[in-house]
Ligand binder design. Structure first.
Ligand code: RP5
Length: 155
């Protein structure tokens, strides 16, 4: 993620990876404030053993695209909800990549963070039958948790 301030959002991705038993490394890498750290991370990510990158950033959110430009790994971008423009700036910064350097762009905020983790899990599960089983179970639990009718109790 681009900043400590993104962690409140990106923690939802981490929590989802935890629930699925997927190992990860949560790091702060700013495209603007720590460009050398970004280059070192992105260029070395595959050799370091990473298989998927989830990059969350807000505002002028160059982190996902710049990461994608320096690694062959799949990169999923999470637009963090910004104070000034409610995350529309983040979304447009991440989604509108030029042809040739893809970033799989998710929804703004918590939904995007959770779904980035689930999408990463789907990719990893292609070659990991144990994870595929855990992902199926996660989805089944979600389905089972949906009530038939609404309640007046708080969710
Ligand atoms: C981006 O700027 C970060 O991803 C963050 O969403 C935004 C604001 O960062 P802070 O000023 O809160 O550190 O680079």
């Amino acid at each position: 993620m681009g900043s400590q301030s993104d962690w409140a959002t990106m923690k939802h991705a981490a929590d989802t990876l935890d629930a699925l038993g997927i190992a990860y490394d949560a790091r702060i890498v700013s495209a603007h404030r720590t460009p050398d750290r970004l280059v070192a991370f992105a260029k070395g990510a595959k050799a370091a053993g990473f298989q998927v990158v989830i990059a969350g950033a807000g505002g002028a959110a160059h982190l996902p695209g710049m990461t994608a430009s320096m690694t062959p790994l799949p990169v999923f971008g999470v637009p963090v909800e910004s104070r000034a423009l409610s995350g529309e700036d983040s979304l447009l910064s991440i989604v509108q990549m030029p042809a040739g350097i893809p970033v799989g762009t998710l929804a703004i905020g918590r939904a995007g963070a959770v779904n980035a983790a689930l999408l990463a899990a789907s990719v990893l599960a292609l070659h990991d039958s144990g994870l595929a089983e855990r992902l199926d179970q996660w989805r089944q639990r979600q389905t089972d948790a949906v009530a038939e009718r609404p309640s007046d109790e708080p969710a």
